[in-house]
Design a protein around this ligand. Structure first.
Ligand SMILES: CC(C)(COP(=O)(O)OP(=O)(O)OC[C@H]1O[C@@H](n2cnc3c(N)ncnc32)[C@H](O)[C@@H]1OP(=O)(O)O)[C@@H](O)C(=O)NCCC(=O)NCCS
Length: 175
């Protein structure tokens, strides 16, 4: 069973709750933050409430398990695990702009990897980033994931373009 809350040296990662809507909207409505994300930049609080409703459904089914990232009691971003098969999870991360550059994404990603691999059946955790997104690729390298290659024309990143983009794939695998 996946824990709904965990702590790292500087962060608390926990299941999102209704009162987080304002803090999530603050970063999810920032075009600089959502540039490389697979969801549309939030244009109203309704978008954020829809995300929170989806988070509740995902947690109930244990298929999508988003976590907000808290630093000193404030929500600064989110991460999560998406269970695609009993042995395989996808992950990702997003942070408020004023919290970039402090190693928080790497710390959150390491925690997600540890959590996923604490489950006996997990063999593979992977994440994708757009080919030009060097900061995100660096986060995955620092968290000890291996670069597997480029997935051509894989993901539509709606805030960037309508054409599918080439994506870098990084993974950690338990042999
Ligand atoms: C990408 C993102 C998650 C990085 O978070 P972060 O907490 O700043 O990441 P970290 O501090 O752990 O590490 C960032 C690394 O990228 C490096 N980096 C930053 N910008 C870079 C750039 N333009 N080119 C190359 N490396 C870059 C940093 O120097 C650092 O590496 P270092 O520790 O070796 O110096 C954050 O910028 C973010 O939330 N962006 C918006 C959402 C997003 O794009 N999410 C990922 C979608 S795939």
């Amino acid at each position: 069973m996946i824990s709904e809350s965990l702590t790292t040296s500087r962060l608390v990662l926990r299941r999102p709750r209704g009162p987080d809507a304002g803090a999530i909207f603050a970063y999810a409505s920032d075009p600089a933050v959502t540039r490389f994300m697979s969801f549309h930049t939030h244009s109203s609080l309704e978008d954020t409430l829809a995300f929170l409703a989806g988070a509740d459904e995902g947690w109930a089914a244990r298929t999508d398990m988003p976590f907000v990232i808290e630093r000193q009691g404030m929500v600064i971003g989110s991460t999560g695990l998406h269970c695609e098969a009993p042995h395989r999870f996808a992950t990702g991360y997003v942070l408020r702009r004023d919290c970039w550059g402090f190693g928080y994404a790497t710390e959150a990603l390491r925690a997600m990897l540890e959590l996923a691999f604490s489950l006996r059946d997990t063999r593979r955790v992977y994440a994708l980033c757009e080919q030009s997104h060097l900061a995100s690729a660096r986060v995955m390298e620092k968290a000890g994931m291996s670069r597997e290659g480029v997935l051509r024309a894989h993901s539509v990143l709606p805030n960037l373009a309508s054409e599918p983009r080439d994506m870098l794939c990084y993974a950690r695998v338990r042999e």
